[in-house]
Design a protein around this ligand. Structure first.
Ligand SMILES: Nc1ncnc2c1ncn2[C@@H]1O[C@H](COP(=O)(O)OP(=O)(O)O)[C@@H](O)[C@H]1O
Ligand SMILES: [Mg+2]
Length: 258
């Protein structure tokens, strides 16, 4: 039997502090190719910090981050630890596209220009090829008719779908979502949920931070419940949602359902 492929994303015993505040206290997470891993937990539990450490937008002080089996190389230790290899950081970051709660589209560019920007400037791919892919992706998320619109002319749900098309246009190895639906009115959340479900059905590798327990239950292979910077409980969605083992998770699920 061949060795199984290494996980696309692997985080081992990760510790992260902001000054004296320890936000991640030894977290282990793994996403294999095609897996959707959802992170749930109360506000302030460290979910966003974990995603930001994962794509090296934030430094961490201890533990390992591996991408496709390749460990991030560090220089220094503790508070003085930083990635050692700029090229490696760029390579990892371009392969881990992030979708934020607040969309973060460039307001001075059209929707199409937003989607094309990084493949043109970071990957230096030919314009015609990038434009064809960008239009295909806008069509896929259902807003091809908005290609030449400014972001401000779009609804929140349309803006978030544009942001997802922008992430996909980098052809990343994995997608990181940070509460992609929580800035949207309930009726607009569903159009974004549908896109995320489509991506899960295509077996995209994803780390998904979400407050939407139904979405997490529907799309995830694995659920991680973070509490005060530690994994309090984790497992397959049926088990985690159907038979939570810890009081903290039960309390969290009760308050999330309220
Ligand atoms: N840039 C920062 N500087 C200082 N503290 C921060 C910073 N970002 C987040 N924190 C703190 O880290 C903790 C975890 O935050 P965060 O990762 O945003 O949690 P979540 O996404 O689960 O709501 C919180 O106590 C928050 O106040
Ligand atoms: Mg957050």
């Amino acid at each position: 039997m061949p060795e199984p492929a290494p996980p696309i994303i692997e985080i081992r015993d990760l510790h992260k502090s902001y000054g004296a505040l320890e936000v991640l206290k030894g977290v282990d997470i793994r996403a294999r190719k095609g897996e959707v891993v959802s992170l749930i937990g109360s506000s302030g539990s460290g979910k966003s910090t974990l995603l930001r450490c994962c794509n090296l937008l934030e430094d961490s002080q201890q533990g390992d981050i591996l991408f496709d089996g390749e460990p991030v190389r560090w220089k220094g230790t503790g508070a003085a630890r930083h990635p050692a290899d700029r090229g490696q950081v760029l390579r990892i970051r371009t392969n881990l596209a992030m979708v934020f709660q607040q969309f973060n589209l460039w307001s001075h560019m059209t929707v199409l220009e937003n989607v094309m920007e990084a493949p043109l400037t970071v990957l230096r791919q030919p314009r015609a090829e990038v434009e064809a892919r960008a239009r295909m992706l806008l069509d896929k998320v259902g807003i091809l008719d908005k290609a030449d619109a400014w972001p401000a002319m779009l609804s929140g749900g349309q803006q978030q779908r544009a942001a997802i098309a922008r992430a996909l246009c980098m052809e990343p190895r994995a997608l990181l979502f940070d509460e992609p639906t929580s800035a949207l009115d309930p009726e607009l959340q569903q159009e974004v949920v549908k896109v995320i479900k489509d991506l899960a059905a295509e077996h995209r590798t994803m780390l998904l931070v979400t407050h939407d327990m139904r979405l997490a239950a529907d799309v995830s292979d694995h659920i991680v419940f973070l509490h005060l910077g530690r994994i309090e409980e984790e497992g397959p969605p049926d088990r985690v949602f159907g038979a939570p083992r810890t009081d903290r998770l039960r309390q969290f699920l009760n308050s999330a359902a309220a």
